[in-house]
Design a protein. Sequence first.
Lengths: 424, 491
Amino acid sequence: MSISGMMRTSASGMAAQSSRLGTVSDNIANASTHGYKRAFTEFSTVVLESGKGAYVPGSVDTTVRYGISQQGGFDYTTSPTDIAIDGNGFILVSDNSGAAFLTRAGSFVKVENGDLVNAAGYKLLGYPMNGGTAAVSANGTTGLVPVNISALALQATPSTQGTFNVNVPVDAEVEASTPGTVNDTTAVYSAKTSLTAVDNVGREVTFDVYYTKTGANTWEVAIFDQSQRDPTTKSFPYGTAGDPPLALETLSFDPATGKLDLALPSPTSITIPVPNGQNLVLDVSKTSELNDDFLPSDTTINGNKPSSVENVEINGDGTVYAVYGNGARVGVFRVPLATVPAPDNLTPGPGNVYSVSANSGNLQLGFPGTGGFGDIKASQLEKSTVDTASELTTMIESQFAFTANSKVFQTGGELMEVLVNLKR
Amino acid sequence: MSLSATLSNASSSLYVAGERTSVVSRNIANAEKAYYSRKSVEVVTIPGSGVRTSGVVRAESPVLFRQVLSSSSSTATYQAQVETLDFLDSTINDVELDASPAALINKFLSALQNYSAQPQSELASKAAVRSAADLANGLNSAASTVRKARTEADSGVQASVDRVNSLLDQFQTVNDYIVKGTLSGSDVTDYMDQRDEILANLSNEVGIRTVSRGNNDMAVYTDSGVTLFDRVPRKLEFVGSGNMTPGLPGNAVYIDGVPVTGANATMPLQSGRIVGLVQARDDISLSYEAQIDEMARVLVTAFAESDQTGGGGPDVPGLFTYTGASGIPPDGVLISGLASALRVNPNVDPDKGGVATRLRDGGISDPLSPQYVYNTDGSASYTNRIDELINKMGANYTFDPAAKLTSDASLTDYSATSVGWLEEQRKVADDGLQYQSTLYQRSFDSFTRITGVNLDEELSLMLELERSFQTSSKLISVVDSMYSALIGAIR
């Protein structure tokens, strides 16, 4: 009976359009939700068997789709813990029960226990680095823990390497009783400077560095611990007179170029055993002997005094850096990205999260910027993929279709009435 | 999604225009501030998402800044010298009193000549002795002026050292901010201006060189290569010399344990106020002090009395003697501090109960002993001794070359040369100051021209920004009316 079939068909059409309007309203409502991926509907026909000369109308079947793999634009923020993904992949987050989800909503803030939590209350997951590198487990969430930045204690970095290049005046006088040979008040040097390093417990240790010309194009470098100096002379002797210096090297220069003569060979680095610290290797390879005054030209030494974490930054490769008060940046966590073979088939959950479904395939993990994964952008958020104008257009179109379906239904109803009224 | 994209592009443009306007306002507000450098905003295009500011940068000119620093150090060197020399100049340049040693020597000479013309006049004898007393006082006060100048220079060094230490502490604070701010990506340009200003103040006190390192960190060395700042400030150490001992240089300044001033300096400073003050304290003032001491010593020698009995007794100080005198000082050897101890022998000073005519008759050294009496018969017209003294004042003496003047000259010539020497020093320092301060002004002007704020530029930029802001706002209102049209289509 095709009149009732017609009514049934138009009812299914109205249901389909209302479903479509549902996605439109959801999309418009979430037009400003960071990390939101628009939903849309696809329709397919349902055909019923028809006899010859009698058409039996079928109905329309609605499938809701999500454009999860669509890239959104970026909003710029001022928080360094806001992250967006440029390219493929999802951030891994967990709820309070510990279940892992995927999301693109990266507005993370630190909460009172030190976790980084996004607007929907999900915690950011990452691999702890523990001073080394983080290893990714490619197909599961094992090893992932919530990124927690409250546990980062005071930290001192002892000095281990540095650069210390100076120019020594080529016309200096040759001295006989050098600081390297006589650690006493009789020692004569050509020039002195000092450098500051950090020991194991974060104390600053200052070393006195004496440059003494001992012969043509030959310079002795003697390094003493400044804290050992004689309090009255403010220089020699360091410790007990006659003690050898902490470090002693003889640099030889090529008179033709004024650079270190590597053929002799002249040493290019000096190792200082920092008291209560590490061995500090100073690169002195660019020391020169030119006709100019004594002048340090490039003096850098690593190491930092102890200080607490002031800030957290997330790098493009997913490394979470703790920024210490003294300016040091230490990688503490590394945030991986995850993806599935069919991201559009992920199951959406509340709070812009997605979970793995049977149709999406299994999780694959990797670090940002590697193997097809996108980059993490700090201080940015991914915008909703909704365009209000096109949603409004869809809405108008849907409204027409709904009205048309209701007209068909109305017509069917009237025809039924005529049919019913045939019986008097 | 192009309408929303238009909206977000337009709003990003509004944001950037706002940021840039705020920087323009910062520039205009600080336009007159020395060492404020012009700031500008770096703008980057984000593909598909409009524009964004990536940071604030400042106009820099490291080469010109280095020139400003070095010329300001040299200016300060001369400035300090001129200050001390001006002070010393008061010993010779008081036109009203005309109290320079040279003038007093001439006055005394004419008083002697006057006395020689009327040896019987008691008035003339008293006038001659008083004139001698004036000369002794003049040399005393000249010596004390020199000592004051040296003490003042010494406390000037102390003040400079304290200032450098406090500037270095400030430097550390600002430098730490800069390094930390650079690492965390915040705007550190204002701190860098502040650091430049601290460096400029530092260069006033001591010549410096800077080495820039990663993360905008900076190390500071003196112009002789001694570390002033490297992560932490190095201490400048100086013990004030207190009252300056005549003839001895003052204490040296130590930086990081290295002596940087004085004869034993391993890495001597080359410029800056400290250098100027130490030179004034130890070179110029010491030489001038030696000249005054030499004049006093020669006065004692010239007016010595010799044994008139033929007994071969030693020469003894006559009219001019000094505290702690034991005989006549040896020829040509500087006795430091003599000028301040010089006085007229009380035996001849009528104001102190002496007899002025002993100047004519001799026997000043010991009135009771006849051994050194020249006018043995007590004649009132005896002029031999006075004439002998006048001749001795015109005679040549050997002076110690340590005083940096001629070693063979008459007393009057020597005192005149000394005036000329001081004036010469002052002129050299003054010329140096003029030259260096002009150089400083020039380099500072060109530094400011390159890095400072140009109001015209800022104004035209402001107009440009206003245009861009208006256009973006217009764009937003156009999108708005497009949406209205669409919404109007919904029935």
